[in-house]
Design a protein around this ligand. Sequence first.
Ligand code: PLP
Length: 421
Amino acid sequence: MDHFLYRQGRLHAEDVAIAEIATTVGTPFYCYSSATLLRHFGLFEDALNWGPHLVCYAVKAASNVAILKLLADRGAGMDVVSGGEYARAKAAGVAGERIVFSGVGKTREEMRQALEGGIRQFNVESEPELVALSEVARALNLSAPITLRVNPDVDAMTHEKISTGRKEDKFGIPIGRAREIYVEAASLPGIEVVGIDVHIGSQVTDLEPYRQAYRKVAALTETLRADGHRIERLDLGGGLGIPYETSNQQPPLPSDYGVLVREELGHLGCEIEIEPGRLIAGNAGILVSRVIYLKHGEGRDFLILDGAMNDLTRPAMYGAWHDIVPVNEPTPGVERRPYDIVGPVCESGDTFAKAREMPPVGTGDLVAIRSAGAYGAVMASEYNSRPLVPEVLVQGDHFAVIRARPTLEEMISRDTVPEWL
Ligand SMILES: *Cc1c(COP(=O)(O)O)cnc(C)c1O
């Protein structure tokens, strides 16, 4: 459930008319609903309230500092994958003790930054990373709390590009080698083992792969404890999927997921950490765009929007489906027509939807691309020298621009012409 609904024939974000924001901010822009973000975060809180836990929002899904602060004020921890995301979490006021650091390629500089600023744990993904972290921590005279991210060799049955838990994926250490690498970790100065980490992929729509992975984690917990390691935290990653097509079957709910976690891991007495991103932010954001032209092509009609693949990459990158709806509510029963919905960028891949059945839409109309809150604005670029798309946050009857659209001057002023030119 989200808070983007028609009222008096006009699409609203909570109590604010989308058309009103478009008048103030211009198009295209991302619009997020605070109530939806908080609702989704609350679902995970409720799902895990049977035991000690921390819901660490995966910052990479939507990393605006205002969104991070909204969630952190409700008690969210943060899962970061770069020094940049760590700095964003800090800028949002999150204490280091509530930030976990994931990612396969942490640099020594990033390790130093997090050790000095405070960190709950590093989720270490390889032996060379372990050795580097030990050296960095020792040089600072600090201790680095760690989990090892294990690769459970489970197929999350999701899109090829976002599957992370099969043995051919670059993530984590092979679970079969975990015992020996935990021995190594325990022997390294500056390293403090606190638990195990696993993350099998994103947009996971079936609980079975989680069950398989978590069963392996449960067995590993017992083994490592018998070996003398302190395993008190289990970081179970993120990845729970969302319904992109409203007509489609619903993916599992956070509450179902929470029951599964309890069934498979509840008996171990560990603190549970999870790292959801998409499920919190995905349906809490839309991309609002205006139709520049309705163009009649050879046997098809093109809706040419002012939003493009540089603003929302998912359709071009993953062939992703997004529902696209007119901002003015269509008359009930009106005949739908097929449109190819495209942006102005000079690539045929700049296509949001092909032959999409829509109520009639014309030049100048506003449309909303739904479920765009996660992996939307964060993946935007300035390709074709289109200024970075702005972001707006709504709360109740008011809204704020949380990232302004740069002027052309601001965009260009980042380039420098050397004096020898
Ligand atoms: C991307 C990522 C997440 C979040 O995944 P979602 O599908 O957005 O929930 C969590 N943990 C790690 C390590 C990730 O790489």
